[in-house]
Write a protein that binds this ligand. Structure first.
Ligand code: DLL
Length: 432
C-alpha cells in the first residue's frame, strides 16, 4: 500500500491538476510581467500580454527561456521577487560560462522541501527512518533539498554532505541509516567500500534516493544487489528548484513530476514545436508557484518521454522517463550521436561496474572514441591474452550498440578517479 506525503495533491484527478495549473499559470504570468522586465520584453517581442494567457492551453504562446538567457540576465535579471524577500541562493556550475544562481523566498523553500518530502515518503520513508544525506551541502541543491525534505517527514537526518567515505560508513553502521541519498556513482563507491570492508551485515539500509546524474537500469540493479536495497531515481535542476522536481515511486518506472508546481512540456529541440504525449524530446518546465526565480518555459536540454499511464502507486501526476541524455551533452562522433548512457549499458551488461571514462579526441581530422573501463575484482586478470580477449568482446558489443568503433582499454580496479558528487564521465579533448 502506498504512502503519500500530501495525498490529496499527489492523487488529485487530472481535471483538478489542470485547474490548479491554469489558475496558477495566469497569476504567475501577471507576476512575471510586473516583476521581471527581462521576460516581459521577451513577451512583448512575441506580441503576447498577460491577457492572452487564460489557462494551460495558452502556455504555448509564451517565449522560451534557455541557459543563454540565464547568462545574459546574470545575476539579478530574472529575479521574480524583491531581493529583500529572498532568503537563499543555490547554484550549480553551468556546462559553459557562468554559474547558474537561483533565488528562493521562504515560501519557495517550503514548497521545495514538500517536493523532497514527497520523494522520501514515496520510497517508504517515515519518522522512524534514519536518512543519511550524502549529497553535497552548500551551493549545490542536493544536500539542502533532501535535508529539508527529511526534516519535514520527521526522519532522523544525518547531514553528511558528500565525501569522507570512512565517516559515512561509520555513521551508517553506528546510527543504522535506513535511507541513503546521494549520487548513484557515489552510492556505487560506498557499496564497493562496504564490501571491501566486509561490513554488509551491519548495514540497515532499505532504500536509496539517487539522482543528479544519468544512471542506467543496469546500474540500478547493480546498486540494489550490492547494497540489498531498493534504489529510486530523483530528478531536478537548480533553475527549476533542485531535487524533487520529479521522483520515483514503488513502481520504479519513471518519475512523477510535481505538477501542482511545475508544468512539463516536451518539445522538438530543433523546431521548438510541442510534441504529443509519448514523444521523445526536450523537457521544458514552467514554474507556477515559484516567487524568487520563476522560470517560464525553461528548456532543460534533458531528453525524455512523458507518460500519463495509470500508475499502480495511485499517484496521478505525469511521469517522465529517465533522461536519455542531454541534447547538449550528446556526443557527436564521426557524425554519429552517442549518449554516454549507451556505453554504460554495454559495460554493465558485460559484468563491469559503472566505473569508466569516455575520451573523445580528433586525430588527423577524424574523431576517435576511447573507453577506459575498470575491471571489477571478479573480472580482474593480469594475463595480457585474457585482457586483450575481454577488450575485443567489449569493442564488438559497443560497435553493435553505437554503430561505430570504440577503442577499449581495461584498467586495474580503482584506477579511475572516483567522484563524490557527479561523476566525470566524458573528456572531450576536441573542446579543449
Ligand atoms: O543535479 C539537482 C539534483 C540534486 C537532482 C540531487 C537530483 C538529486 P543541477 O546541478 O542543476 O541540479 O543539474 C541538473 O542534472 O538538467 C540533468 O541533466 C541532470 N540530472 C538531475 N537529476 C537526474 C537524474 C541537480 N535523476 C541536471 N537522472 C539536469 C539523470 C539527472 N540526470
Amino acid at each position: 500500500m502506498s504512502n503519500y506525503y500530501q495525498p490529496e495533491i499527489e492523487t488529485a484527478s487530472y481535471e483538478q491538476i489542470r485547474e490548479w495549473q491554469s489558475e496558477r499559470l495566469v497569476k504567475q504570468i501577471k507576476r512575471v510581467w510586473d516583476n521581471v522586465p527581462y521576460y516581459r520584453k521577451k513577451m512583448e517581442e512575441k506580441g503576447v500580454t498577460p491577457d492572452d494567457i487564460k489557462g494551460v492551453d495558452d502556455l504555448k504562446k509564451l517565449p522560451f527561456l534557455t541557459k543563454a538567457d540565464l547568462r545574459d540576465a546574470y545575476p539579478y535579471g530574472l529575479l521574480g521577487a524583491p531581493l529583500s524577500d529572498c532568503v537563499r541562493i543555490q547554484s550549480t556550475s553551468g556546462t559553459t560560462g557562468k554559474r547558474v544562481v537561483a533565488f528562493y523566498t521562504q515560501n519557495d523553500i517550503d514548497l521545495w522541501e514538500d517536493c523532497c518530502a514527497r520523494a522520501i515518503v514515496a520510497v517508504g520513508g517515515t519518522k522512524e527512518d534514519v536518512c543519511q544525506v550524502a549529497y553535497g551541502y552548500g551551493l549545490f541543491t542536493g544536500g539542502a533539498g533532501l535535508n529539508g525534505g527529511s526534516h519535514k517527514v520527521g526522519c532522523l537526518t544525518l547531514p553528511m554532505s558528500s565525501g569522507n567515505t570512512e565517516r559515512q560508513l561509520q555513521f551508517m553502521t553506528d546510527l543504522g541509516s535506513t535511507i541513503l541519498c546521494c549520487t548513484p556513482s557515489y552510492a556505487l563507491y560506498l557499496a564497493e567500500s562496504i564490501h571491501e570492508q566486509g561490513i554488509i551485515d551491519q548495514i540497515k539500509l532499505k532504500a536509496g534516493i539517487f539522482g543528479a546524474e544519468a544512471w542506467s537500469e543496469d546500474m540500478r540493479r547493480d546498486i540494489e544487489n550490492k547494497l540489498n536495497i531498493k534504489a529510486y531515481d530523483i530528478y531536478g535542476l537548480t533553475e527549476i528548484t533542485g531535487p524533487g522536481v520529479s521522483f520515483e515511486c514503488e513502481a520504479q518506472t519513471g518519475m512523477h513530476i510535481n505538477e501542482d508546481h511545475f508544468i512539463a512540456e516536451i518539445i522538438d529541440p530543433d523546431t521548438e514545436e510541442v510534441l504529443p504525449e509519448g514523444s521523445k524530446g526536450e523537457l521544458v518546465f514552467t514554474c507556477i508557484t515559484k516567487e524568487g526565480f520563476p522560470m517560464i518555459r525553461y528548456r532543460t536540454r534533458d531528453i525524455c518521454v512523458l507518460s500519463r499511464e495509470k500508475c499502480p502507486c495511485g499517484r496521478t501526476h505525469v511521469k517522465m522517463s529517465k533522461p536519455m541524455g542531454r541534447s547538449d551533452d550528446m556526443l557527436i562522433i564521426k557524425g554519429v550521436n552517442v549518449f554516454p548512457s549507451q556505453i554504460e549499458t554495454v559495460l554493465i551488461q558485460q559484468g563491469y561496474a559503472a566505473n569508466y571514462q569516455i575520451v573523445v579526441d580528433r586525430v588527423n581530422h577524424s574523431d576517435t572514441l576511447e573507453v577506459l573501463v575498470e575491471m571489477t575484482p571478479e573480472l580482474f586478470s593480469d594475463s595480457l591474452g585474457k585482457i586483450t580477449e575481454m577488450e575485443k568482446i567489449l569493442v564488438a558489443e559497443l560497435k553493435t550498440m553505437l554503430g561505430i568503433y570504440a577503442k577499449v582499454k581495461l584498467v586495474a580496479p580503482k584506477t579511475i578517479a572516483r567522484s563524490e558528487g557527479k561523476a566525470v564521465r566524458v573528456i572531450d579533448k576536441r573542446k579543449i
